[in-house]
Design a protein around this ligand. Structure first.
Ligand SMILES: Nc1nc2c(ncn2[C@@H]2O[C@H](COP(=O)(O)OP(=O)(O)O)[C@@H](O)[C@H]2O)c(=O)[nH]1
Ligand SMILES: [Mg+2]
Length: 266
């Protein structure tokens, strides 16, 4: 006879969902974001991946987890970047058999109220990007500097890497478990926000179905951004490095095809 634990709740048609929320010094935000996710999508579970925040975010998340069986915490040693926190969250999810993993910022920029639309889109996709740069999306209260950075970063990523998405840097996403299994996550080297571009590139190269859903993105109201010139520099040099590697591979393939062609038809 089937046990209760064998029955997998089907959430929006994509199975069991884990929302991974990376945190570093988000004490002012963590309770509110968890509450909003629980209200917007009551079936999903949440993992707060905290990098030992000095402001006590980890302890606050642990208290939330004690009160609610659908909330979990991953306490990490120290600040090791967004990419590393997400990779740890993905591994945590895969070990426990979740069918889809959501990436969501803690600061409220990614509205949990948009989550049902993203999960519905994931029925027919491997990756869903909550996009700031597709028709119907809105970006609220972002300073011009950030708008320009995002627009230029996305343009550069698209031209340099050929990834056919409008918001390759966006961090509000759904990954189906099968696509996470198919990607070579061990090869991921990004520490900061270039992680999103790196995963977009890997997913595209793996032939994943990537769908963008317009979101309303709002600048945080509490706490401070962890964006830094170092993070921008990392993204720039990593994207440039991947683009050069892709070009070298394409040239080598071209040479090989040409010489094989010559061998056949001298
Ligand atoms: N665990 C962890 N989370 C991080 C780290 N850096 C940023 N975050 C989280 O990543 C999310 C996005 O960061 P945020 O500072 O809002 O960046 P911005 O939106 O680009 O200004 C937030 O939830 C941060 O707390 C990190 O090194 N470790
Ligand atoms: Mg933010």
């Amino acid at each position: 006879m089937a046990q209760l634990s064998d029955i997998r709740p089907v959430v929006f048609g994509v199975g069991r969902v884990l929302v991974v929320i990376p945190t570093y010094n988000e004490a002012d935000n963590v309770a509110a974001i968890v509450r909003r996710v629980r209200r917007a999508a009551p079936q999903v579970e949440i993992l707060v991946a905290d990098d030992n925040s000095p402001d006590g975010t980890g302890a606050l998340a642990a208290a939330l987890a004690r009160d609610d069986g659908q909330v979990h915490v991953l306490h990490r040693d120290g600040k090791r970047g967004l990419g590393a926190a997400y990779l740890a969250g993905f591994a945590w999810a895969r070990q426990r058999g979740y069918d889809a993993v959501v990436e969501m910022d803690a600061d409220g920029s990614h509205a949990p109220e948009d989550l049902p639309a993203l999960l519905r889109a994931a029925r027919d996709a491997d990756v869903v990007i909550g996009s700031r740069w597709t028709r119907g999306a809105r970006v609220l209260n972002w300073p011009l500097r950030r708008l320009m950075l995002s627009r230029c970063g996305n343009l550069y990523a698209r031209l340099a890497l050929g990834v056919p998405v409008a918001d390759a840097t966006g961090g509000y996403r759904v990954y189906r478990a099968a696509v996470l299994d198919a990607l070579d996550l061990e090869s991921v080297c990004s520490q900061g926000y270039s992680f999103q571009v790196e995963l977009s590139r890997l997913a595209h190269r793996a032939g994943a179905r990537i769908v963008e859903v317009p979101i309303t993105f709002a600048e945080r109201e509490r706490g401070t951004s962890k964006m830094s010139p170092l993070i921008v520099a990392e993204a720039l040099w990593r994207i440039t490095g991947w683009a050069m590697r892709d070009r070298r591979t394409a040239v080598r393939r071209g040479w090989r095809a040409a010489t094989v062609g010559q061998a056949r038809w001298p």
